[in-house]
Design a protein around this ligand. Structure first.
Ligand code: THU
Length: 133
């Protein structure tokens, strides 16, 4: 939670002025953080959650223990649809904690946020892993 609050300060959000921080604990015990990074071409902006996931994956970590999402809003923010699909790629069971600065906390899971998510054919996934290792 502390890591998510800290990284939120780095959010680059001059268009929405809405700062978001995310912290993902990898199965290696490390915390991977992310903040939202906006762009003048609005559609190129990326959410804090995806930055955290992509940082972890690029560090070689693809299994996670938990995600914390921090905003400074009375009403808690939950991950957008795109982020839900990206999180579902790696863990459906992962607990997701939505938090604000009044210490309000709501706990859910990726599966609850994105029920009946798209799953790629297993045979292709196995082939990919065979070729990779
Ligand atoms: N945003 C996130 O980073 N995560 C969310 O879960 C919701 C939205 C960002 C995207 C954009 O930079 C700003 O918040 C306003 O939508």
């Amino acid at each position: 939670m502390e890591a998510a609050k800290q990284v939120r300060k780095n959010a680059y959000a001059p268009y929405s002025c809405f700062l978001v921080g995310a912290a993902l604990r990898g199965s290696d015990g490390q915390i991977y953080t992310g903040c939202n990074v906006e762009n003048v071409s609005y559609g190129l902006s990326i959410c804090a959650e995806r930055v955290a996931v992509f940082k972890a994956v690029s560090a070689g970590v693809t299994s996670f223990q938990a995600l914390v999402l921090v905003t400074d809003q009375e009403e808690l923010v939950s991950p957008c649809g795109a982020c839900r699909q990206v999180l579902a790629e790696f863990s459906l069971e992962m607990p997701v904690f939505m938090v604000n600065f009044q210490e309000k906390i709501v706990q859910t899971t990726v599966e609850k946020l994105l029920p009946a998510s798209f799953v790629f054919r297993k045979s292709r996934e196995e082939k990919f892993n065979e070729e990779r290792f």
